[in-house]
Design a protein around this ligand. Sequence first.
Ligand code: PLP
Length: 431
Amino acid sequence: MITTEIDNLAKKVKSDFPFFTNNPDTIYLDSGATSLKPQIVIDAIVKYYEVYSANIHRGVYKASMDATEIYESTRSVIKNFVGADDDYEVIYLRNTTEAMNLLAFTLNKTKNQLAKNYQAWQNGFEKGDVILITESEHHSNIVPWQMIADEKGLEIVFVPILQNGELSQNAFAEIKEKLKNRCVKVVSLSQVSNVTGIIHNLEPFRTFAREKGAVFIVDGAQAVCHHKINLNEIDADAFAFSGHKMLGPTGTGVLLAKKGLLDNLPPFLGGGDMILDVTKTATTYNKIPHKFEAGTPDIAGVFGLRAAIEYLDRIGMDNILNWEKELLKYGMKKLDEIGVHVFGPSLSDLDRVEKAGVLSFNIPGIHPHDVGTILDEHNVCIRAGHHCCQLLMQAWNTSATNRASFYLYNDFSDIDKLVDSIGYVKKIFKK
Ligand code: PLP
């Protein structure tokens, strides 16, 4: 059942998620790690296997051609969902991590092919070139760059965060000044932090990338699930997300990138489907997007991803974000009342800072893993750890936090249960 009203969205959608039928007493507050899946997504995956089952692109028979049609037309569904026009191409991958690796490793192989569109790229990566990212990045937007930086002698420059998790605009201004005469080849950051939920303003980063003639990359893993994306406005050269955080199946990810970039990058993986012609001595590559999609893809996953997008579209991304904001305010007030420290923007910051439904918190004197384990005994699922954001943890001088992340199927009673369980933890530890 689907509604466009935010008035208790959870009540209206909860029955769409079979997880709750199978786990009626579970409070699921870990959608930042992966979301639950509605029945129609599961049905779409099953339907592929039951009705089509054939491989795509290769068959000259009906089942294969029909599967190919759905698989291929889903690219337009994705583009509509994120507001991307025909400048963008959709590449199907496994997840955001694979997209970031594809970008890092193919850029690393590039020489001067990008020079026409990106003036920093008169040559490939050279010793001393700069990659600009931020302290609030997920490891998937740090480690691939470090891997190539080591090889080529590149410098990774990190825009620091303020104590509340916002990116420091003053520090960014100083960095820009310091980099005045440096070759910045890549600017890459996440739109929404998986630890603070802050929806970052991307505009200053895009402007800087354009000034420098750099490639501008956005990690949209926590963005597409929580709010409406307008990729034409973001104007990223490349934008990546994972299906599993937005009600879709695991193993599905998307890289949306400008044709002017993709056309000039070498392939990432070699094999079937990504070729036009193979001889003993050479291979001619297929056109984009196929050049970047070697081998049999997760066809059923794409069917499921399409169903997830159609479901989210019917509910409305604005309704989802508004509902999360209600939960967020309620949760922040409640945690404050019981003396739990919430990382990231304060309640008063929320007038100014856009934030999705993610709450990272610590109970002074109690390790997050102990909190997570005891909450599990109360059927409350939260995340405890560094959330693949160790730089952020270091900036906060901690090794781990607890994280409760909300989505459309959570409601105020879930937060009450979280708060009651935390109260119990505090009692056990006498805090
Ligand atoms: N970027 C952000 C902001 C994330 O939160 C995550 C996952 O938590 C990722 C990237 C990586 O996503 P995946 O594990 O699906 O590749």
